[in-house]
Design a protein around this ligand. Structure first.
Ligand code: C2E
Ligand code: CA
Ligand code: CA
Length: 744
């Protein structure tokens, strides 16, 4: 196709040369040009055959060109033999048909190219269109009436051309101003093409005999028709999606407004037609409205940007920037010696199990959960408090004029709201949260420090399985942490850690067959530190191996003493992920069993579900190795994560400890979902050859339920709290009467 156009362009160029040389070939000016125009028009119409939609556009534009060409043919025939064609003539009819057909084609094209445009864009189009029309009118109408031959039809027809031209140019320049991106090129070609037609027209009407006039008159029509025809074929490369909204640019409107100004200026000095003055004034008026719209738009845009910059897109809560702005403002106020002293409690909130929901149910579900969570959080605080999403599943709340106590109350309320199930489409998901609390100005001197303190407290809360923790310099402070590590190292080396034991009752006969060893650190200065707090410290500072070795040694020593005293107890020891994956660990276990002359069957090793899943393949081998020693590997806290039982079936574990949250749910409702869940878990575990331990059992009612569910062992305050070995009661436990259901 482009070759055909190149050939036609070469022909047009040849024609220009002939014209420039002043050679007059009647057949060329008449038939040659008309034939050229017909072919170019045909190419334009042919474009429709290559399109699937919007075929009317090239057809209409092509028909317009053909109508023009037909006018030329009629004129050529009428001029045969040197005759003077009548004026007005049949040719005028064809020439004028060109306008409406072309308008309709252009309007269709505009409608296709322009879907949703802002008021400002339309105004830009208006400015460009009116400006072009004003310019065109200035020249087109100038001498029309002088050249009219006097008859009414003659005047009308002579007037129809400039009016048609003004409208056409206005439309096409306006369109070129509105349309943006890759669709702009065709419009620029159309604008150039029709501008040439208009220019040719004017010289025709004016009948000027200057060199430029003759030249333009001759070349304008073929060339413009060529441009229009090419325009329906050009296909700019597909735009990058990000550029789809690119603004149309303001060169054309600006030029048009400038032209309108010039017309008005020249019009005040010279005699310029009313039509063009009116159009020029309209151009400037629209330009004025356009500026006003821009200013208003700019202002609301600025406001929107500002709001967006402090808002979290997903939840509509504040974002990190909003938080730091508030904290900085608060600190700045506090630096003012005249300002009243105030406090600010800060909560750092990290979701538990959110990742599992996201991974299991997909990101849309995760996003929906975060959105709902945002509403809950916002509803649970005062209007003066700031709730922000820091990113991912981390949130923060700033409570103005509040201390740690008030924050603790709010933290309790927030976690309760967070733990309520979320309904996401067809699924119900439940998550939890750990909150760290720190207070300004007590705990920190700047915003970053405050967030760090709350983060440390949160970390401690999470490890301790608590809902929230308040920052404590002693435990969380960097300097103190270093010191604490040293003290822990000393405590382990000097074997100053103590073990408490918690009995497990066999539900078949009420006997106490086994105990779990739980480590205790009675710190000289800080008092009693709960295991989860210093176990994290041990893990972080590489002391875990030594700690486990100590606990194992002590627990097995105690077990040996019990065995010597006639109590055939099994002792359960907790191990961490680093123990499990330590290649030396099985050898250590074997050595300690040998040292205390105990069979492997006297030992149970408890590891959490997450430990086993983190590095599944290595864990699988390590568990197998421990199992082969003859001891029992147990999965602790089962149900706290999302691991499926079937997954655990491929591990050499022989015991399942139902997570305390399972049991708490059972104790609270004792029916429905929780009961069904525990029953199914117990049944499946049994089917896989695992024995089931229920831990955290606090009352007899729950104990009864678990007996009915055929749980194997029960551990919890209802039997005994963890105690030093010499305070432990090992007598059989009196089991409550079994629920009637069991008989069935
Ligand atoms: P765990 O292994 O799940 O231990 C059970 C925890 O629940 C113990 O807390 C125990 O005191 C508590 N508990 C027992 N019965 C009840 C009850 O009826 N109600 C309630 N509310 N709680 C009950 P403890 O002793 O503070 O231990 C916390 C965690 O510290 C343990 O959780 C275990 O993961 C870890 N841990 C304890 N000792 C060791 C150890 O020697 N080595 C390792 N690696 N971890 C240990
Ligand atoms: Ca345990
Ligand atoms: Ca547990």
């Amino acid at each position: 196709m482009w070759r055909a156009y190149a050939a036609l362009a070469a022909l047009a160029l040849g024609y220009v040369v002939v014209e420039l040389l002043g050679i007059k070939w009647a057949w060329l000016d008449g038939w040659g040009v008309s034939g050229f125009e017909l072919v170019v028009g045909a190419l334009c119409i042919y474009r429709a055959a290559t399109m699937t939609r919007n075929r009317a556009i090239p057809i209409l534009l092509g028909l317009g060109l053909w109508s023009w060409a037909t006018g030329d043919i009629v004129l050529t025939i009428q001029s045969l033999g040197g005759a003077t064609p009548p004026s007005p003539s049949l040719a005028d009819g064809f020439y004028l048909t060109f306008y409406p057909v072309t308008y309709v084609g252009l309007m269709l094209l505009l409608r296709r190219n322009v879907r949703r445009f802002s008021l400002a864009t339309w105004l830009d189009g208006g400015v460009a269109g009116f400006g072009a029309a004003a310019l065109c009118a200035t020249f087109a109408f100038k001498d029309v009436l002088h050249h009219a031959d006097g008859s009414a039809a003659g005047v009308a027809i002579n007037l129809a051309y400039p009016v048609g031209d003004v409208l056409l140019l206005g439309l096409v320049v306006g369109g070129a101003a509105i349309v943006s991106g890759r669709r702009k090129l065709p419009w620029l070609l159309l604008a150039a093409g029709y501008a040439l037609i208009t220019a040719g027209d004017m010289f025709n009407v004016l009948g000027t005999s200057s060199f430029v006039g003759t030249f333009l008159n001759a070349i304008a029509w073929p060339l413009s028709i060529l441009l229009v025809s090419v325009a329906v074929w050009v296909q700019a490369p597909a735009a990058r999606p990000s550029l789809a909204d690119e603004p149309p640019g303001f060169a054309l409107p600006a030029l048009a407004a400038g032209a309108a100004l010039l017309i008005l200026f020249v019009g005040s000095l010279h005699n310029i037609g009313r039509v063009s003055l009116g159009l020029a004034a309209a151009t400037l008026l629209i330009a004025g409205v356009r500026s006003a719209v821009s200013v208003i738009g700019l202002r609301s845009l600025t406001e929107e940007r500002r709001r967006e910059s402090v808002t979290d897109q997903l939840t509509g809560l504040g974002n990190r920037r909003a938080l730091f702005r508030l904290l900085e403002a608060f600190l700045a106020e506090q630096r003012d010696p005249d300002a009243p002293a105030r406090s600010l409690a800060f909560m750092f909130l990290d979701l538990d199990k959110f990742k599992e929901v996201n991974d299991s149910f997909g990101h849309p579900a995760g996003d929906e959960l975060l959105r709902q969570l945002g509403v809950r959080l916002q509803d649970s605080v005062r209007a003066s408090d700031l709730v922000v999403r820091l990113g991912g599943d981390e949130f923060a709340v700033a409570l103005l004029d509040a201390g740690a106590d008030y924050a603790a109350t709010v933290a309790g309320r927030l976690t309760a709201r967070i733990e309520e199930p979320f309904v996401l489409d067809a699924i119900r998901a439940q998550i939890g949260a750990s909150i760290g609390i720190a207070v300004l100005p007590t705990d920190a001197g700047d915003a970053a420090d405050l967030v760090r303190c709350a983060d440390l407290a949160m970390y401690r809360a999470k490890l301790a399985g608590k809902r929230f923790a308040i920052y404590q310099e002693d435990l969380d402070g960097a300097a103190n942490r270093m010191q604490l590590v040293e003290e822990l190292r000393d405590a382990i080396e000097q074997r100053r850690l103590e073990l408490h034991y918690q009995p497990q009752v066999n539900l078949a006969n009420g006997q106490i067959d086994s105990v779990e060893a739980l480590v205790r650190w009675n710190h000289a200065r800080l008092g009693f530190i709960p295991p989860l707090e210093f176990i994290a410290l041990a893990e972080d500072s590489g002391l875990m191996g030594a700690l486990t070795a100590l606990v194992l040694d002590e627990a097995l020593a105690q077990c040996a003493r019990w065995h010597a005293g006639g109590e055939q107890l099994t002792v359960a020891v907790n191990i961490s992920a680093s123990d499990l994956l330590d290649p030396e660990f099985p050898a250590l276990v074997r050595r300690l069993l040998a040292r205390h002359e105990l069979p492997a069957g006297a030992l149970v090793l408890e590891m959490t579900e997450t430990t086993a899943i983190a590095d599944f393949e290595r864990s699988q081998l390590a568990i197998q190795e421990l199992h082969d020693l003859g001891l029992i590997v147990s999965v602790d806290d089962f149900g706290a994560g999302f691991t499926s039982l079937a997954y655990l079936g491929s591990l050499a574990v022989k015991e399942l400890k139902l997570d305390r949250s399972f049991i708490t749910g059972l104790a609270e409702t004792g029916e429905g979902r929780d009961l069904a869940l525990v029953r199914a878990t117990v049944e499946l575990a049994h089917a896989l050859g695992l024995r089931v331990v229920a831990e955290g059992v606090e009352d007899n009612h729950c104990l009864g339920l678990l007996t009915g569910l055929r749980c194997d062992l029960v551990q919890g305050y209802v039997i005994s709290k963890p105690k030093p070995a010499d305070e432990l009661t090992l007598a059989p436990h009196a089991l409550p009467a079994l629920p009637a259901r069991r008989a069935a």
